[in-house]
Design a binder for this molecule. Sequence first.
Ligand code: BG6
Ligand code: MG
Length: 225
Amino acid sequence: MHPALALIMFKHKACIFDLDGVIVDTAIYHFKAWKRLANKLNFDFTEEENEKLKGISRVRSLELILEWGGVKKTETERLQLATLKNDWYVEMVNQMRKDDTLPGASEFLKAVKDAGYKTALGSASKNATIILKKVGLLDFFDVIVDGNQVSASKPDPEVFLKGAEGLGIEPINCVVFEDAIAGVEAAKAGGMKVVGIGSADVLKDADLVVAGLYKMNLEKLEKII
Ligand code: BG6
Ligand code: MG
C-alpha cells in the first residue's frame, strides 16, 4: 500500500499497548523483587502467585501478597514495603538495554506507526516511562498513560479510555494488546477490540490471541478492526 494512502486510511485508528508482558519481559523482575520482600517477611512467594499479579497495581499487589502470607501491616508500613520492593525492581530495570524487548515488539510497533495507526501505551506501571527510555521505544508512542495517571486499576477501563481520549480516537477504533486477564477485561469494558498476548485458554475473551507480538502483522490487525 502507498504510504500516503495508509496514513489516510489508518489515522483514525489506534493501537494501545500494555507494557509488561507485551513489549518487555519485566514479570521476572517483579517476581524477584516481590519474592525478596516476602522472604524478608518470613514467607514464600511462588511463580503461580506472581501470575495472579499481572496487570495489578503495586499497592494492590502488596495487599494480596500480605494476605497470602498471612501478615498484617499498617498503611504506613505498607507504603514503606511497596517503596522497598520498587527500589529493588528499579535496580533491575535500570540494567535493561536498548532493544531489550520481547521478540517482534519493536518491529510490530514500527510497522503500525509506518502504516499510519496512532499509538498509546496503557500500563498499570508507574515505571513505564523509565522502561521505555531504557529499551529505546519511548518515541514510538503518541500518548503514554501509566499508573501515575489512573486511579482505577484494570479491569477498570480507565487506563485505555484515557489513552483513546488522548489520541482523539473512538474506543471502537482502538485495538488493545494485553497479556493479563484483567487487561483483556478492561479493554472489553472500554468497548475496544483486544489482541491477547499469551494463551487462548487463559485469555478467553480476546478477539484474537497470539503467542507474542512476533506473531502479529498488519493483515491480522486489519481483520479485527
Ligand atoms: C503491571 C504489571 O504492568 O504494572 C504488574 O503487570 C505491576 O505486575 C504493575 O504490579 C505496577 O507496576 P509498577 O512498576 O508501578 O510497580
Ligand atoms: Mg501486562
